[in-house]
Design a protein around this ligand. Structure first.
Ligand SMILES: [Zn+2]
Ligand SMILES: [Zn+2]
Length: 241
């Protein structure tokens, strides 16, 4: 009964506010996808672009750079590559849309893609899902932390527990535009464990939207490792190609 009611409500809301393609803005016929058929095709093709390091299709690549390995992350599941110059691409359209608007269909679509990537990596059984937090300025601007919303849905998709493990100090500045060294310093000085966090003997799956240098993810990983976590994996939507 509850499900029936939920479905009816979703249908009603779709009728009042029909979902739009996260990339081109075309009206969608249902809320099961974030893209119109054309944008979906382009997105699906992007997932197959090869990883520069291992040569595998991005959706099958789990390789990590030195920064991640040094912090204890040996496998990162990915959905598609990140090319900042492809700023009109469906994948970036979806990421920007999720940052600004809390549209459930967009998050559900991204969470399903990311959960599928985790399964391709061999799953994350026994792990707790957590996320790389946004800057407080971004959270107060948009009213929510899209990484948190995404991580909650990924946990639901994978039937794993969710835990909020980190926060960012108020002085955190934007990572964009900083050099690799500055990013590492900025990230490590601003990502902090929540009060009373214990990770002894635990496994974690850390979620983030974009992986570039890996500095934010590795800061999170270093904290969890220092607190006794035994295994760390990560999943991102787009990784630098
Ligand atoms: Zn479209
Ligand atoms: Zn690779």
């Amino acid at each position: 009964m509850k499900n029936k009611l939920k479905k009816a409500l979703a249908k009603l809301l779709d009728g009042l506010f029909p979902p739009k393609c996260a990339c081109c803005g075309a009206l969608l016929s249902s809320s099961v996808s974030a893209f119109c058929p054309d944008c979906y095709r382009e997105f699906a093709a992007a997932r197959l672009l090869p990883c520069r390091h291992c040569g595998k299709e991005t959706m099958h690549c789990t390789c990590c750079n030195d920064t991640l390995v040094a912090s204890g992350i040996y496998r990162v599941a990915k959905v598609c590559p990140y090319y900042p110059e492809r700023d009109a691409s469906p994948e970036l359209g979806l990421i920007f849309a999720m940052k600004r608007k809390n549209v459930k269909a967009y998050f559900r679509f991204a969470a399903r893609e990311m959960a599928a990537a985790v399964r391709r990596m061999g799953g994350a059984d026994g792990s707790t899902v957590t996320f790389v937090p946004r800057r407080p300025s971004s959270v107060s601007l948009y009213g929510f932390d899209h990484a948190r919303v995404l991580a909650l849905m990924i946990a639901e998709e994978l039937d794993l527990p969710f835990e909020e493990t980190f926060y960012r100090s108020a002085g955190a500045s934007e990572q964009k535009g900083l050099t690799r060294k500055e990013r590492r310093k900025n990230a490590s000085s601003t990502i902090l464990p929540v009060n009373g966090l214990t990770a002894t003997g635990k496994r974690y799956l850390i979620c983030d939207d974009i992986l570039t240098t890996g500095s934010s993810l590795s800061s999170c990983a270093s904290i969890l490792t220092a607190l006794g976590a035994t295994e760390l994996r990560a999943v991102v939507f787009a990784a630098r190609g």
